[in-house]
Design a binder for this molecule. Structure first.
Ligand SMILES: *[C@@H]1O[C@H](CO)[C@@H](O)[C@H](O)[C@H]1NC(C)=O
Ligand SMILES: *[C@@H]1O[C@H](CO)[C@@H](O)[C@H](O)[C@H]1NC(C)=O
Ligand SMILES: *[C@@H]1O[C@H](CO)[C@@H](O)[C@H](O)[C@H]1NC(C)=O
Ligand SMILES: *[C@@H]1O[C@H](CO)[C@@H](O)[C@H](O)[C@H]1NC(C)=O
Ligand SMILES: *[C@@H]1O[C@H](CO)[C@@H](O)[C@H](O)[C@H]1NC(C)=O
Length: 402
């Protein structure tokens, strides 16, 4: 009894430091829709200070399409979309069923059972490694039938409660987390609804900064700041899409001649047998006439996008030019998903701060594929079943001990 009481009071004094993992601590913080150029607005001083004082790149190169699910899955698996199979937020499966409703999301993320995200690989690497995820897209599902220690299936919405929960999981007596994934979606929602140059995006940027400040303050309070390796990143930026820039391909095609799956600004088209020439020619004519979108036959899709060598890619792919969109963007003022090389504003931010990272270090932009080998190295994780497409070569320069 006395021993227990003594232990409890000591660990309270130390901010429960006795409970933390023996492994390095890594926290990935995703801010959906945070284009790297948002930092220039001067509305996020806390994030700016973290960037100047820690390690950063001006931006990361992201995956095509520059949308949420393909990019977060690329970050967490280190694989190109054509390898992990998530070639869109919505995509056909190999039987041309469009996977997009909530009940299909599990299928979307399980194209190849050998693909393992970092949170699962961390736990499969054993020795009391425990993962936590709070709202990261694709983290609600088990991989290789392995449920991770801490998963926010209640979907906490409130930002400070998300942070409180994350910290509790790092300090969990039973299964102290060594790797956590925290996600904030509000900035993306505001960017779509009001456009990237709106007052609403500005005020949400300020809220995001307050949230990051709260995170840092709480880490200090629990004696975790000096131990925590924080990576702040995003999936993509945001461009304006004026209503007059919307393209409605449904007007040009007979509705029984094709099936479509996608969302502005990328759509897959599966052509029904017998309509091959008619559908392709019509779309190609309109693309040539308007010049606002491109049509690719599957074999013509640029290799550098890494979405063509998969059974999930359909006959045709339509991709709008920056600032244009397809009919479903009618509800939006802002959008993303474009060719990552067509407009620099779709690129995401990357900032790292903590004991493993160099201070005041700026490296050249790198692929978001490289986060996987970085975290694997920091935590000494096992080799995944599929060799990652990312590399440690460039990103390792942010490590104090590469
Ligand atoms: C910068 O980083 C160092 C080392 O992590 C830390 O001691 C210092 O307090 C930081 N400064 C600011 C202004 O955040
Ligand atoms: C979030 O939770 C905190 C603490 O429970 C509370 O003070 C705050 O008002 C909440 N914020 C919102 C927007 O509900
Ligand atoms: C958003 O913030 C930037 C930078 O402070 C400012 O130049 C711009 O006018 C703001 N936009 C709106 C719509 O308030
Ligand atoms: C296809 O078009 C025909 C004729 O305009 C219409 O009657 C039918 O409801 C449409 N079918 C679908 C699935 O939209
Ligand atoms: C990506 O990784 C997969 C699996 O190792 C491999 O088959 C493929 O060739 C790689 N792609 C590139 C472009 O390196």
């Amino acid at each position: 009894m006395i021993a227990t009481a003594f232990f409890v009071s000591v660990s309270l004094l130390l901010g429960a430091a006795g409970a933390i993992s023996k492994h390095p601590l890594v926290l990935l913080v995703a801010i959906d829709g945070f284009g790297f150029d948002y930092l220039d607005r001067g509305l996020t001083p806390v994030i700016q200070r973290l960037k100047e004082n820690g390690s950063s790149a001006r931006y990361m190169y992201n995956a095509f399409p520059t949308v949420t699910a393909p990019n977060f899955f690329t970050i967490s698996t280190g694989l190109h979309p054509e390898v992990h199979g998530v070639i869109g937020n919505r995509a056909f499966n190999e039987n041309h069923v469009c996977l997009w409703q909530n009940e299909d999301m599990d299928q979307l993320f399980h194209y190849d059972d050998r693909v393992i995200p970092l949170w699962t690989l961390n736990e499969l690497s054993g020795e009391d490694r425990y993962s936590a995820t709070l709202g990261w897209p694709s983290s609600e599902y088990d991989y290789r039938n392995h449920p991770i220690a801490h998963n926010d299936l209640n979907r906490i919405e409130n930002s400070s409660e998300k942070i409180d929960q994350t910290i509790r999981w790092f300090l969990d007596d039973d299964k102290p987390t060594n790797l956590a994934f925290l996600y904030f979606g509000q900035l993306d929602a505001m960017g779509h609804k009001y456009g990237p140059n709106s007052a609403e995006v500005n005020s949400t940027l300020q809220e995001v900064d307050v949230t990051i400040n709260y995170l840092l303050t709480e880490l200090v309070k629990y004696n975790l700041r000096d131990k925590m390796n924080i990576i702040i990143l995003s999936d993509h930026g945001m461009l304006e899409v004026p209503k007059e820039n919307l393209i409605d391909f449904r007007d040009w095609l007979k509705n029984d001649s094709y099936k479509a799956c996608g969302e502005s600004p990328y759509w897959q088209i599966k052509i029904e047998p017998g309509h091959e020439q008619e559908v392709y020619n019509k779309l190609k004519d309109e693309a040539n006439k308007l010049g606002t979108f491109a049509v690719y036959r599957k074999e013509e899709i640029p290799e550098r996008w890494h979405v063509k060598h998969t059974k999930r890619q359909a006959d045709l792919l339509l991709v709008a030019k920056p600032n244009y969109g397809f009919y479903d963007a009618v509800q939006f003022e802002g959008d993303h998903g474009y060719d990552p090389d067509a407009d620099i504003r779709v690129r995401p931010l990357f900032i790292a701060s903590g004991p493993a990272f160099k201070e005041k270090c700026v490296i050249e932009p790198f692929n978001n594929l490289d986060i996987f080998p970085l975290v694997s190295k920091m935590l000494h994780l096992k080799e995944p079943l599929i060799k990652p497409n990312g590399t440690i070569t460039f990103i390792k320069d942010i490590l104090k001990n590469p």
